[in-house]
Design a protein around this ligand. Structure first.
Ligand code: SAH
Length: 236
């Protein structure tokens, strides 16, 4: 079963939002497993300290390598990739999410304070993963986002099996616009093609809209899409 092992100093934050809706139902149904490790359990002093002042001075605190190292070793049997949530990491993408969801699960280490002692990253082979170019106060919300993105791709979790196939990023494009009843809302109509019943025309319209939105909003994705398109046209 796909499992998420989360190492955190705030175990009470879990399952939190992951216990509700799609991910929560899948958790209750046993489609995935959530294991929380309290990093504080691996502290050795009576205050259960997990952090200390930064070497070289400066503001804030740093998570200790010895405590975090022991907490990770408690999970050493896991064959899952060990990921440290970090704003310095590689950006999480849908294709990485797909790879992670297809594997046995993840070990996620949530940083706090100024971050973690650099030595533990190399010594325990942690890969740094970022949610985006902004700074959160801790890795927990980032871990939840990563887990949520993976869990919805697990077999049997999403209602309609097909609803993942056409989504944003999956084909390298942003998703086309959606509409539902009422037909007429505040003088605005659902695009006529969508009520035509002509499935080929609808598919063509959606494809054109997905391309237009990607071109307008995400020149980076659009350029990558065109590169892939031309490569496959050349048979490469
Ligand atoms: N001093 C660090 C920020 C620390 S924020 C710096 O300037 O890079 C505290 C913790 O929040 C980090 O250790 C990390 O686990 C988490 N975090 C913050 N921003 C994140 C992001 N964009 N993606 C993933 N994790 C993040």
């Amino acid at each position: 079963m796909w499992q998420a092992n989360v190492l955190t100093i705030f175990p009470e934050m879990f399952p939190g939002p992951l216990g509700v809706s799609l991910a929560g139902k899948a958790l209750a149904a046993g489609a995935w497993k959530l294991e929380i490790t309290d990093i504080r359990d691996f502290a050795t002093d009576k205050h259960r300290s997990v952090d200390d002042t930064p070497a070289g001075g400066g503001p804030g605190m740093v998570m200790r390598a010895d405590v975090l190292g022991r907490a990770i070793d408690g999970r050493a049997a896991d064959s899952c990739p060990r990921l440290l949530l970090s704003p310095r990491g590689v950006l999480l993408t849908q294709s990485r999410v797909e790879t992670l969801a297809a594997g046995p699960g993840v070990v996620l280490i949530c940083g706090r304070f100024e971050g973690v002692d650099e030595r533990v990253i190399a010594a325990r082979g942690l890969e740094e993963i970022s949610l985006g170019d902004y700074v959160l106060s801790g890795g927990e919300i980032a871990a939840m986002a990563l887990i949520d993105a993976c869990v919805r791709l697990l077999p049997g979790v999403m209602g309609a099996a097909a609803s993942g196939a056409e989504e944003s990023f999956t084909g390298g494009l942003l998703e086309y616009p959606h509409y539902t009843r009422p037909q007429l809302w505040e003088g605005l109509r659902i695009p006529e093609v969508l009520t035509s019943g002509d499935h080929a025309k609808i598919a063509a319209w959606r494809r054109a809209e997905a391309e237009r939105l990607t071109r307008e909003r995400r020149p980076d994705l659009w350029a990558a899409f065109l590169r892939r398109f031309h490569n496959s046209a050349r048979g490469g």
